[in-house]
Design a protein around this ligand. Sequence first.
Ligand code: ACO
Length: 327
Amino acid sequence: MSRVGIVALGRYLPSRKMTNTDIKELVETSDEWIVSRTGIKERRIAASGERTSDLAVAAARDALKNSPVKAEDIEAIFVATVTPDSAFPSVACLVQKEIGARKAFAYDISAACSGFLFALTTARQFIATGAVKNALVIAADRFTSIIDWKDRNTCVLFGDGAGAAVLTHVPSGGILSDYMISNGDGAPLMGVVPGGARTPDDNTLDTALLPYVTMNGQELFKHAVPGMAEAVSIAAAKAGLTVNDIACVVPHQANDRIIASVAKRAGIPKERFFINIDKYGNISAASVVVALGEAVETGRIKKGDKIALTVFGAGLVTAATIMEWSY
Ligand code: ACO
């Protein structure tokens, strides 16, 4: 396959911060419980009227600022989201209009917290086969729009934000391998049940039951750890590498204890994992690309480093990508 890599990254985090102390006003919890059980200290909350497409456009513009590929030359846009502004039109089409990517086709991808890597792999395939020369891959979620602020099992965990990457051919390095797997048996473990085509059409739905996330945290934890650890090993083997070759792992930021257990199971020291969950909580598909951007900007990832991204999400969906960082 011809070499495809990320040539620019961008992100957007809403300015409003919600600390653990703020959450204590809403549910019975404590900063001590949230920090010790999850690693989260604060999260960002979108402003009133700020939609997922606004977050996505801001992240896309940030990526395009430093991109060798300009908006008018982008040929494909993929947006990973589970909180689109509406069922349709897609967020991707709204982004296409706003950034003036007139030559692009655009559509959304639904793979919960794994969405960025599912979209990245899709984009890689389109470019590698010659169907398009480049792509803009965005992960954006206004996740707090589906949060029940009375449910302490979920409301402490999530935040809003977006990240974006521009992909095109690179002379060397780039994406070395990827791996994706789904397990629909785990579908009942997390979801937004009312809403969508499962909503009864005979008005029998309890109107008090709004479309909020429900989640079996303990069971997800048990799936997330082996899932993300094995995904890294499988993707590394596909690239002809071992985990010892990986300079930095950027994991989905769902829980600091999940990341610690993934490190142990994968046999990679936790110090090699990039973690920013304390600042943003779980921002769904955007977590991994926002973390990747910060890792590159702070020098944790340098040109030529072999890196792994690994993610896990509702579905269940798991993925990993191995790259040689190319700028
Ligand atoms: N504050 C205080 N106490 C709490 C809170 C809270 N916010 N939430 C739960 N508790 C209590 C529980 O009620 C329970 O009390 P009990 O022992 O009296 O019954 C106790 O704390 C322990 O609860 P557990 O659920 O066992 O806590 P656990 O250590 O498993 O942590 C958590 C819960 C943080 C949700 C963890 O299981 C987790 O992170 N799971 C993974 C979730 C995840 O990754 N979800 C996203 C998937 S990705 C995607 O697609 C979006």
